[in-house]
Ligand binder design. Structure first.
Ligand code: UD1
Ligand code: UDP
Length: 368
């Protein structure tokens, strides 16, 4: 079974790592790795291939940058000949980024079955490009692999036939579990001068927060205020780094002793920094899930989440995007409470194996 596995962004590499490794262990599977090039800086791409033991991609589409529409269009155009040449039995896509939708759509138009890993999540906020990508890729997928129960309900509500939907758990958590030992050996705290439980770890890259000058300024001022009470470390996503520069906002944070702006961290260092943080503030999707498993309090700087199980588990709180609300939520946290890792159903490190079993079962039946 030839499975064309398509990745393009940082969270894609992390999710696909578990699947790719699992596929390599099965003699009847041949994974072919395609990197669209949506993320391309060494610290947004190469570092993950190295740390997650992913091989050099078989095919690189080199589509860096551009608007959502333009990026999606270029991936569509460049992946079609790859599909025709490689003639895979299946295309596997993960998550909700432009590379996910474009590869899924091209496969579907070429008559190749599509497996979508992390299907069914819905924020119900159609201003997010990811929400459009999720809805569309789920519509055209043949295998929909769901991470949490809300996904099953969402797909049912949208009329997706039950037999396409499989509740399998979370491949991002598979990768986290298999890299915890390496993370325990990271010296990132020493390198950044941080103490265990003595800092807030922050990430910020949603366009709603980073692309609008007033919104970004308001959040940076809030983080600066928090930094005066607890050191803040912000590994800066390139989108946000660029916007801070364009909007002239660097002076707000650059000379603040409690505020550290650093380059994006590699996976192992980031896992270590997350685990030892007193609190994480983020607008990331995946980090809401990782902090759940690690039992680290997470304040999500958004008004909604497509991952409600992280709220039900109690580690994650939606705090909105207004600076004053973010600071208030931070001050309201009770750090004396015991931190307890939570495990949503099937987040047990075995999701990739379940997915591969289902695919092999389905294709075995077709062949026989
Ligand atoms: C994308 C995903 C988002 C995901 C995020 C993960 C979409 C619509 N968005 O957002 O869902 O949460 O990846 O991090 O697919 N850039 C660089 N170097 C890089 C990558 C990006 O400089 O290696 C800059 C470029 O100016 C680029 C901009 O960041 O135009 C935005 O990158 P893009 O991939 O379009 O969106 P993200 O914000 O990264
Ligand atoms: N991550 C990382 N280094 C960083 C920030 C995040 O390795 O500096 C990892 C994080 O552990 C998680 C993933 O990147 O596994 C989340 O990606 P991101 O927040 O960019 O995307 P999203 O999940 O919002 O789509």
């Amino acid at each position: 079974m030839r499975a064309l596995c398509v990745v393009g962004t940082r969270p894609n590499f992390i999710k696909m790592a578990a699947l790719y490794r699992g596929m390599c262990e099965r003699p009847s599977m041949k994974p072919i790795l395609v990197h669209t090039g949506q993320h391309y800086d060494p610290n947004m791409s190469d570092v993950f291939f190295a740390e997650l033991d992913l091989p050099r991609p078989d095919i690189y589409l080199d589509v860096s940058g551009g608007s959502n529409t333009n990026q999606t269009a270029r991936i569509l155009e460049r992946i079609e000949p790859v599909l025709l040449e490689a003639a895979p039995d299946l295309v596997v896509v993960v998550g909700d980024v432009n590379s996910t939708l474009a590869a899924g759509l091209a496969a579907s138009q070429c008559g190749v079955p599509v497996a979508h890993v992390e299907a069914g999540l819905r924020s119900r906020d159609r201003t997010m490009p990811e929400e459009i990508n999720r809805i569309l890729v789920d519509r055209i997928s043949d295998f929909l692999f769901v991470t949490e129960r809300s996904g099953i309900e969402n797909l049912k509500d949208e009329g997706i036939p039950d037999e396409r939907v499989h509740f399998v758990g979370n491949v991002m958590i598979d990768t986290l579990m298999s890299h915890q030992d390496k993370a325990a050996g990271s010296d990132v705290l020493e390198r950044l001068g941080l103490e265990s439980r003595g800092y807030a770890l922050v990430t910020l890259h949603r366009p709603a927060n980073s692309d609008r000058q007033e919104a970004l300024k308001d959040i940076l001022l809030a983080l600066r205020e928090i930094g005066r009470e607890l050191p803040v470390v912000l590994p800066i996503h390139p989108r946000t780094r660029n916007r801070i520069g364009e909007f002239g906002l660097l002076s707000l944070v650059e000379d603040e002793p409690g505020f550290r702006l650093v380059e994006p961290l590699g996976y192992i260092d980031f896992l270590a920094a997350m685990k030892e943080a007193r609190v994480v503030l983020t607008d990331s999707g995946g980090i809401q899930e990782e902090t759940t498993i690690l039992g680290v309090p997470c304040l999500t700087m958004r008004n909604n989440t497509e991952r409600p199980v992280t709220i039900e588990c109690g580690t994650n709180t939606l705090v909105g995007t207004r600076g004053a609300d973010i600071v208030r939520a931070f001050r309201a946290l009770d750090f004396s409470e015991n931190r307890a890792p939570q495990r949503p159903p099937l987040w047990d490190g075995q999701a990739a194996g379940r997915i591969i079993d289902i695919l092999l079962g389905a294709f075995g039946e077709k062949i026989s």
